[in-house]
Design a protein around this ligand. Structure first.
Ligand SMILES: C[S@@+](CC[C@H](N)C(=O)[O-])C[C@H]1O[C@@H](n2cnc3c(N)ncnc32)[C@H](O)[C@@H]1O
Length: 303
């Protein structure tokens, strides 16, 4: 019986990877680089890593879905829909940014040495920039070209390991990290609908092996019911200390595509809860279309 169950598990994992390989061939993060969803995700990632870095001890960073690591906004893909105009461009030259948002914007500025916005960093670049030389970064990417880009970009950085393969399985296999301190970013594109279930299952596995880790899960607001179900699944997961931060630039509507996005943080570092009440209302005002920007800050599960 156990043998049959094991075979079924292996086969369903294999099927999911094969299935997702077919889909991810069509997804390129370059089309979306710097949009409002990247802004929220990277702001929160940067602030979590800053808080974790305040202690001297070594850290482990795991990116389950790393993509290319950085993008030229002048390339054909970002220029197709110019999504960065709904995100980073709206705060790029603001001089009244809340401190946390200024910290994120200044890092993006470092990625643009010419002082004009022509490049946008991905999560791997931001993490590599903040973490120190004693830290380790594991970057997973299923798409061969994107994995190759990561290898080229971070070739000389000995802290960084690029893994071409499934990030869900890769992250679980790394837990608990030897450093016993770390952040795991789970950032799928959700083009495969099973991702909504997969992220919860993966978080449960990760958390059962590394209960003190900081876990950051990004999600898009495309269909509100899917997010309601995701929240419910996490509330029932048995995991504690779960906060949610969401930013939308227009009202929920299933015909508009992605109207907003959110980050769910398990074991949020001290300080994030203090600074998001300044950052998110500011961003809702600055990025919202026709005054319809809005945000949520919620505790999904307390202590
Ligand atoms: C939303 S993008 C990641 C963006 C990146 N984290 C950032 O913030 O800069 C999602 C990436 O996941 C990759 N991908 C999809 N399924 C995957 C899987 N099971 N394991 C690893 N990577 C996967 C896609 O090829 C795509 O590059």
């Amino acid at each position: 019986m156990a043998f049959i169950k094991a075979r079924l598990t292996v086969n369903s994992d294999l099927l999911r990877v094969l299935f997702s390989e077919c889909f991810v061939l069509s997804y390129r993060h370059a089309y979306h680089a710097g949009n409002h969803a990247d802004l929220l995700k990277h702001l929160i990632l940067v602030r979590c890593l800053r808080y974790l870095r305040r202690k001297e001890k070594p850290l482990c960073y795991v990116d389950t879905h790393a993509a290319a690591g950085g993008y030229s906004l002048l390339a054909d893909e970002p220029q197709k829909r110019c999504e960065y105009q709904s995100g980073i461009e709206k705060i790029w030259q603001q001089d009244d940014l809340p401190e946390s948002v200024a910290d994120y914007r200044n890092l993006v500025a470092e990625y643009n040495p010419q002082n004009s916005l022509s490049r946008y960093p991905g999560s791997p670049w931001l993490a590599a920039k903040i973490l120190s030389k004693q830290d380790t970064l594991w970057l997973h990417e299923l798409h061969a070209n994107e994995a190759e880009n990561l290898k080229t970009t971070f070739n000389h950085d000995r802290r960084i390991k690029v893994v071409e393969g499934d990030g869900y399985q890769g992250a679980v296999a790394l837990m608990p990290p030897p450093q016993r301190r770390g952040l795991i970013l789970i950032d799928p594109s959700y083009e495969i609908k099973s991702d909504y279930q997969q992220v919860v299952e993966t978080l449960q596995k990760l958390h059962s092996r590394f209960a003190t880790g900081v876990f950051a899960l990004w999600y898009p607001v495309v269909e509100r019911q899917r997010i309601d179900r995701l929240e419910k699944a996490l509330r029932c997961s048995g995991i504690q200390r779960i906060n949610l931060y969401e930013l939308s630039i227009k009202p929920d509507h299933s015909d508009y595509g992605m109207t907003g996005s959110g980050m769910i943080i398990i074991n949020p570092p001290w300080g994030l809860q203090q600074e998001m009440p300044q950052a998110l209302p500011y961003l809702a005002r600055q990025l919202g279309e026709a005054d319809s920007g809005h945000y949520r800050i919620e505790t999904l599960v307390g202590e």
